[in-house]
Design a protein around this ligand. Sequence first.
Ligand SMILES: C[S@@+](CC[C@H](N)C(=O)[O-])C[C@H]1O[C@@H](n2cnc3c(N)ncnc32)[C@H](O)[C@@H]1O
Length: 193
Amino acid sequence: MSNSWDEYADGWDTNEDVMLYAENAFKSLRQFTNLSGMRVLDFGCGTGLLTEKIAQSAADVIAIDTSAKMIDVLNAKSLTNVTALSLELSEHEIKNNPLLREGFDLIVASSVCAFVPDYQYILALFKRLLKQNGTFVQWDWQRNEQDDFGFTPDMISQGYENANLLVENVTNAFSLTSNNSTMQVLMGIAKNN
Ligand SMILES: C[S@@+](CC[C@H](N)C(=O)[O-])C[C@H]1O[C@@H](n2cnc3c(N)ncnc32)[C@H](O)[C@@H]1O
């Protein structure tokens, strides 16, 4: 089945804004996490710009995305400790997919949560997928007054509390400037305690 993100897959890895976003997300992740030995889920991984960086230190990365074309690009990179799958995360998938059932030390979602139809439902699934003391990290555009896309810090904190995740931090991680407009990126960090 085709997906609206499929058409972006071919040019994704050469888009400078996208590359910069992944580099900044990784830099901010490394500031508080030692990835060594970790089992990581990259949710909404796209072509794996962040996945590749995480995979250099983590033990294993399961990278999932609903766009089959994005996953094709990532699979073509043949990263040895990365398993890339095109799937829609659900209760059913968690129960039936052994790769997911094993649980994760870290779940990352870089510029994805604002696109899912039900943020709270996805957070509840992450709660189930995280090991005890596991960490969830998301990066998303900060909502501004002009439009209703993205998140406010309160929306993120409230989402974590509702999902019974412990709010560690919600901060302005970095900003990106494109076409003379600067946008802030929020980083939310939660623990499964
Ligand atoms: C802005 S891109 C970010 C891709 C990647 N994380 C990166 O930083 O390059 C958003 C990605 O989220 C994926 N996506 C959208 N809705 C999704 C969902 N419900 N489950 C998994 N992936 C989803 C899209 O297919 C797309 O690859």
